[in-house]
Write a protein that binds this ligand. Structure first.
Ligand code: CDP
Ligand code: ZN
Length: 162
């Protein structure tokens, strides 16, 4: 049996350095605002995984009302979601992601981001793909007021051969 999941996230941008995307810090003159480290891509990946397995969502697992989650490392939250998926008998087949950002160019960082996500999830780099789109200069993404990300994931039963 296989199931798919979809994750979406958006964060406000403000002036400042250090845009964290997919667990990789990208040099930029804006940064994402959020309760945690505001890694919009890892949040979308986490929600896609949790949705595929029917295990809740990132806000349920890590409520932003809990002071323990302030400044929390998004890689740690994703790793915990992946651990719960595995414990529930699921294996990740592949994921495909899109970052919506007017700037900076994401393509030069694609390999590093894919490698980092694959490392957190313990899957082959080949199972993680990433694309990026601008906002064509319109809307909150185009005006560089926001950055967004989406992810779809396919999972299958890890005990399928038994
Ligand atoms: O050409 P089209 O309007 O479909 O796409 P775009 O949003 O203008 O982006 C063109 C290409 O730039 C994308 O296909 C990506 O390869 C790249 N891109 C990127 O690397 N980083 C971004 N933040 C946005 C786009
Ligand atoms: Zn987020």
């Amino acid at each position: 049996m296989a199931r798919i999941g979809l994750g979406h996230d958006l964060h406000r941008l403000e002036p400042g350095g250090g845009l964290v995307l997919g667990g990789v810090t990208i040099p930029h003159d804006r940064r994402a605002v959020g309760h945690s480290d505001a890694d919009v891509l890892l949040h979308a990946v986490t929600d896609a995984l949790l949705g595929a397995a029917g295990l809740g969502d990132i806000g349920e697992l890590f409520p932003d009302t809990d002071p323990a989650n302030r400044g929390r490392d998004s890689a740690g939250m994703l790793a915990e979601a992946a651990r719960r998926l595995a414990a529930a008998g699921w294996r990740i087949v592949n994921l495909d992601c899109v970052i919506f950002a007017q700037r900076p160019k994401i393509l030069p960082h694609r390999t590093a981001i894919r490698r980092r996500i694959a490392g957190i999830l313990h899957v082959d780099e080949e199972a993680v793909w990433l694309k990026a789109k601008t906002g064509e200069g319109v809307g909150p993404v185009g005006a560089e007021e926001a950055i967004a990300a989406e992810c779809v994931v396919l999972i299958e039963r890890s005990d399928r051969d038994e």
